[in-house]
Design a protein around this ligand. Structure first.
Ligand SMILES: N[C@@H](Cc1c[nH]c[nH+]1)C(=O)O
Length: 480
C-alpha cells in the first residue's frame, strides 16, 4: 500500500468517477418509491433478505456473459479472489444452496441493495446503483414466468410508470446451438453477439473468429477440469508447470521463462471452435435478432423457423401460455413486444426472459429478468431448482416516476436564553415522542438568524421555550 503524503494545505479529495452522492431530497423521493415497490413485492409473498456485498469472484464467473464479467469490480485480497456483487441473483442462489435446500418450495425472496458494475458512466447510469428485485425459486412452469413478469410491471405501475414490455425466450437459440459442434466459449460469444445485433450493433465475424479457431480435445478436458475443481488461472498454471517438471520436460535454456510458456499454452487452450459452425450460428442469431414486434406476427415467423431447422416447438408453446396468463393478470398482448433475439448478457437464462423500458425515454431499461433453471445446480444444489426472477435499478425507476414523498412538517425548537436550554430539550423530546420531526437549536442563535436558517431548511414552525417551560410559537408558513 502506498503511504500518502499530506499536501499543505490539504486538498479536497475527489469522488470516484461513476459514483454518486444522494442529497436528502432525492433520498426521500427514492425511499418513497422503494417503500411502494416493497409493498407490492410483499403483497405477493416475497420476503426481503440481505446478502453480502462482497462475494467470491467465482460466484459471478460461473454464468455471466463476457460483457458482465468485464464489468466486475474484482480484486485479490489476502490471497482470495473477491468481487463486489454486480447483481443479486447469484448470491440468492448461493444462499439457497447453503441454507434453504430443505425448505418447501416455492420460496419467494425480495431484495434491495447496492450493486457495482464498471460501466461507462452516462446520464442514468452510474457504477454503483441500488438493485431491487425478486426471485421465485421452485416454479417450473409458465405460471412462474407470468407471476414474475406481471410483478415487474406491477411495481413500475405502482409508482406511476407504464412500461414498454419486451419478452424473449433463449430456449430457441440454445436448442439450435445444442445441435452444433461448438465449444462453450463459442456459445457464450454467440449469445452475446445476438444481444449486440438486437441493439443494432454490427458484428464483423471474420475479425472475431480467430479467437475461437483451433480445436483439439484437450480444450474440452481443461475446461471441464477447471470448472470441476474451481481452479483459478494461477492454480492451473502452477499445476501444469509442476506436471511438466515432474515428467521431466526440459524447460531451461528456452528463450522464454517456463511460466511464460505455460501461460501461452493456456491462452491457446481457451480458443477453439469450428469456424463454419460459428458462421452458421451467427446467421441464425441474425435471423432471430431481426424478429421483433407484435406477439402474433413474431410467433408465426418463429413457427416457420422452428420447423425449418427442426427445433423443439416447446418454447413457442411456453410463450403462448405465458401470454395467456399475463392477460389474466390484466396485461394485454397489445402492450407486449416479442423479441426472440434477447439474451440479456447473462448466461444463466434457460427460457423466457424479458425487459421493461420507459415509454418516454426509448432506450432506458428499467428492469429485466427471466428463467434460470440450471443455476442452482451449477452452484452446487443437490436437486434441480427451476427458478425465475427480475431486477431493476431503483435510481432509474425513481427518476422515471412522478411519485412525490409526503412532506412532513419540520419544527425547530429554540431556547429563549441560556437558562432555558434544559426546558427546550425536554420539550423537543416530548414533541418527538408524539411523532414530529424536531430539530433543536444547538447553536444558540438569535431569532432572526434562526428564522433565516429555518426558511432555507424547510422548517415550518419555530418554537421558543423559556425557562418556565412556556412556549411561543412562530408559524413560518403563514407569516410573510
Ligand atoms: N440479475 C438479473 C436480473 C434477474 C433477476 N432474476 C433473474 N434475472 C440482472 O442483473 O439483470
Amino acid at each position: 500500500m502506498t503511504i500518502y503524503q499530506l499536501t499543505e494545505p490539504p486538498q479536497p479529495l475527489e469522488r470516484l468517477r461513476g459514483m454518486q452522492d444522494t442529497p436528502p431530497a432525492l433520498h426521500r423521493r427514492r425511499q418513497a418509491v422503494l417503500h411502494r415497490i416493497a409493498r407490492v413485492l410483499e403483497r405477493h409473498g416475497y420476503e426481503f433478505i440481505e446478502t453480502p456485498i462482497l462475494e467470491s469472484t467465482e460466484l459471478f464467473l460461473r454464468k455471466s456473459g463476457p460483457e458482465r464479467i468485464a464489468q466486475l469490480y474484482a480484486f485479490s485480497f489476502r490471497n482470495r479472489d473477491i468481487a463486489l456483487r454486480p447483481e443479486h441473483t447469484a448470491s440468492i442462489l448461493r444462499y439457497y444452496v447453503e441454507s434453504r435446500q430443505n425448505d418447501p418450495l416455492p420460496l419467494r425472496f425480495a431484495y434491495a441493495g447496492p450493486v457495482f458494475r464498471y460501466e461507462r458512466p452516462q446520464a442514468g447510469r452510474t457504477r454503483q446503483f441500488t438493485e431491487i428485485g425478486g426471485e421465485l425459486l421452485g416454479a417450473p412452469g409458465p405460471s412462474g414466468d407470468a407471476e414474475v413478469i406481471h410483478l415487474a410491471a406491477e411495481i413500475l405501475e405502482a409508482v406511476g410508470i407504464m412500461p414498454r414490455i419486451v419478452i424473449g425466450h433463449v430456449g430457441i437459440v440454445l436448442d439450435y446451438l445444442a445441435h452444433l459442434p461448438l465449444r462453450q466459449r463459442a456459445r457464450d460469444w454467440l449469445l452475446w453477439s445476438m444481444e449486440r445485433l438486437r441493439k443494432g450493433q454490427t458484428i464483423d465475424i471474420e475479425s472475431e473468429l480467430p479467437a475461437f479457431v483451433d480445436s483439439t480435445d484437450i480444450v474440452q478436458i481443461t475446461q471441464e477440469v477447471r470448472t470441476k475443481l474451481a481452479l483459478t488461472t494461477e492454480d492451473l498454471e502452477r499445476l501444469i508447470l509442476a506436471l511438466l517438471r515432474e515428467v521431466g520436460v526440459p524447460m531451461t535454456g528456452a528463450s522464454r521463462q517456463p511460466e511464460e510458456i505455460v501461460r501461452g499454452v493456456l491462452a491457446k487452450l481457451q480458443r477453439s471452435a469450428d469456424p463454419d459452425a460459428l458462421r452458421q450460428a451467427l446467421a441464425f442469431a441474425r435471423e432471430l435478432a431481426s424478429l421483433s414486434g407484435p406477439p402474433d406476427d413474431v410467433l408465426s415467423a418463429l413457427r416457420r423457423i422452428v420447423e425449418r431447422y427442426g427445433l423443439s416447438p416447446a418454447p413457442l408453446q411456453q410463450i403462448d401460455e405465458v401470454l395467456d396468463q399475463l392477460a389474466a393478470y390484466g396485461l394485454e398482448t397489445d402492450r407486449i413486444v416479442l423479441a426472440p433475439g434477447m439474451a440479456r448478457g447473462l448466461h444463466y437464462y434457460t427460457g423466457i426472459l424479458f425487459e421493461m423500458y420507459s415509454q418516454t425515454d426509448e432506450g432506458l431499461q428499467l428492469c429485466g429478468g427471466g428463467r434460470y433453471d440450471d443455476l442452482a445446480q451449477l452452484l452446487g444444489a443437490r436437486q434441480p431448482l427451476p427458478a425465475c426472477g427480475f431486477a431493476g435499478g431503483l435510481e432509474r425507476i425513481a427518476d422515471a416516476s412522478a411519485l412525490q414523498p409526503k412532506t412532513e412538517p419540520r419544527l425547530l425548537v429554540t431556547a429563549a436564553d441560556r437558562s432555558a436550554i434544559t426546558a427546550a430539550t425536554r420539550f423537543a423530546e416530548q414533541l418527538r415522542a408524539s411523532g414530529a420531526i424536531v430539530e433543536l437549536d444547538v447553536r444558540q442563535r438569535s431569532l432572526s438568524s434562526n428564522r433565516r436558517y429555518a426558511r432555507r431548511r424547510g422548517v415550518t414552525e419555530i418554537l421558543i421555550v423559556d425557562a418556565t417551560g412556556s412556549v411561543r410559537r412562530i408559524d413560518l408558513s403563514t407569516e410573510e
